[in-house]
Design a binder for this molecule. Structure first.
Ligand code: IPE
Ligand code: IPE
Ligand code: MG
Length: 230
């Protein structure tokens, strides 16, 4: 069965290239992250308008702890600031914020802000915005195994396994976009992405525009998805 699709139910974005964007301009890496936040808002807004049900943004991976203390600390502060600043807009647009990743090991002030914003937007019914913070697919899968191991073996199958991932009850991503030119998934949604259409663009995240986003969505709508069939 082939399938063409108009609007993806779920889009995942690997927002890469902030550091290089800044370095090209003689700015500090942190200024690149700040510039990236503006794009987050535009793309979130564009996704709601386009009718996308789930948008997952990769903000911090389980491997990003390898960066300098200053950069990691800056990023966590930026997440909290950004959430606070844009909460009214998210509520107005009926966006439900949801955080995916291992929050148990992020600083308490961040965890508290995330929990509060998720609670404050829990009535949002237009789009779910998953923000992946301290997210890694291997961590997600191993955590799922730790829980599922308590079930009876006969109850463990591909469908039930999905319910133990951070994206339980959500459709798999139809489309994954990576900005910044690298052609890899870097531990993003590995279990969920088996049939995702993947788009790589050279554009650095702070330069990514709604126009480019719409053109990718347009190209996506013409891709033939076979899911292993004919
Ligand atoms: C992506 O941009 C944002 C995060 C990983 C937090 P980078 O910071 O990886 O930017 P580059 O890849 O160094 O340009
Ligand atoms: C992927 O970007 C993670 C995020 C966008 C949060 P990285 O910059 O960490 O990926 P690698 O290290 O180039 O694979
Ligand atoms: Mg990078």
């Amino acid at each position: 069965m082939t399938s063409t699709n108009s609007v993806p139910a779920h889009v995942g974005i690997i927002m890469d290239g902030n550091g290089r964007w800044a370095e090209k301009r003689g700015l500090t890496r942190t200024e690149g992250h700040r510039a990236g936040v503006r794009v987050v808002h535009e793309i979130t807004q564009a996704s709601v308008s386009y009718g996308i049900g789930y948008l997952t943004l990769f903000a911090f991976s389980t491997e990003n702890w390898k960066r300098s203390y200053e950069e990691v600390n800056f990023l966590f502060n930026l997440f909290v600031q950004t959430i606070q600043e844009y909460l009214p807009q998210l509520k107005e647009n009926s966006v439900r914020l949801n955080f995916i990743g291992d929050v148990s090991s992020i600083p308490l002030f961040v965890r508290t802000a995330l929990a509060r914003s998720a609670e404050e937007t829990h009535n949002g019914n237009k789009m779910v915005l998953n923000v992946a913070i301290n997210y890694g697919s291997r961590n997600e899968i191993v955590n799922a195994v730790r829980t599922i191991i308590k079930l009876e073996i006969k109850d463990i199958n591909e469908e039930s396994f999905k319910n133990y991932l951070y994206t339980a009850d959500q459709p798999d991503p139809d489309l994954i976009i990576r900005t910044g030119g690298e052609k890899r998934l870097s531990n993003f949604l590995l279990y969920q992405s088996i049939y995702s259409e993947i788009f790589f663009t050279e554009t650095l995240w702070p330069d990514f525009t709604c126009e480019e986003y719409y053109s990718i969505l347009e190209e996506f709508s013409h891709r033939k998805r076979r899911f292993g069939g004919l």
